[in-house]
Design a protein around this ligand. Structure first.
Ligand code: CA
Length: 225
């Protein structure tokens, strides 16, 4: 796997709980961004494109349920784990069919939160035992090996993770922020150039076999075979 597991956005207005979540998620290898206000949390999720979101239900300005509802409405299916203070909130979450991936009731063990998030991400990434193939490129995630027209292409860990991310969904354009979030565990706009540099190296190593397509001003994708 890559150096980091990706960025998690935590929206939690109780500082001690947010601090614990940050601590455990960081130790588990995730990048963590914390917001304490609902509206700001929603904005951060949209801006940073995390791999997963942890939402407290009771929040200032916009509650967690409303944040999730708005994400789903706009077609954003980022995995969401709810943290609730009361059992009746659990009924509300499940009843609204918000596409919540899991929930925890306070008080909860931060260790358990980490386990839940890892499980969701593993499930989401599906079966990695089958090599991905696009055009003349095959990518074996287990052996971390890439071949182009039958020749082995030596890639750095970052180049490999970038290619794997794009090959997991051919035809889908990934923004620089999405690639940063998934490969580097952070989404700082200032690092957009970093993505460009790694993509350029990847293209040069893959040569004529490169399936990478630039969508000007948007990001990158791998062409459907
Ligand atoms: Ca709260």
């Amino acid at each position: 796997m890559s150096e980091t597991r990706g960025l998690v956005v935590v929206v939690e207005d109780e500082r001690p709980i947010a601090d614990l979540q940050r601590l455990y998620l960081t130790e588990a290898g995730f990048g963590v961004h914390v917001e304490s206000d609902g509206a700001e949390g929603l904005a951060a999720i949209r801006r940073l494109r995390p791999v997963a979101v942890v939402l407290d239900v009771g929040l200032p300005s916009l509650d967690g349920i409303e944040i999730c509802r708005r994400l789903r409405e706009s077609g954003d299916w980022t995995p969401v784990v709810f943290v609730t203070a009361r059992d009746d909130e659990v009924d509300r979450i499940l009843g609204l069919e918000l596409g919540a991936d899991d929930y925890l009731t306070k008080p909860f063990s931060p260790r358990e939160l980490v386990v839940r998030i890892k499980t969701i991400l593993r499930r989401q990434h599906g079966d990695t035992s089958v090599p991905l193939a696009v055009g003349t490129i095959t990518l074996d995630a287990v052996q971390r090996r890439v071949e182009a027209s039958g020749r082995v292409v030596p890639l750095t860990s970052t180049e490999f993770d970038l290619l794997a991310k794009m090959m997991s969904s051919p035809g889908q354009v990934f923004t620089r922020e999405q690639l940063l979030s998934s490969v580097w565990g952070q989404a700082d706009y200032g690092l957009g150039r970093t993505v460009d540099v790694h993509i350029a190296q990847l293209r040069s190593k893959l040569g004529d076999d490169s399936p990478i397509v630039t969508s000007r001003g948007v990001g990158y994708s791998v062409a459907r075979a």
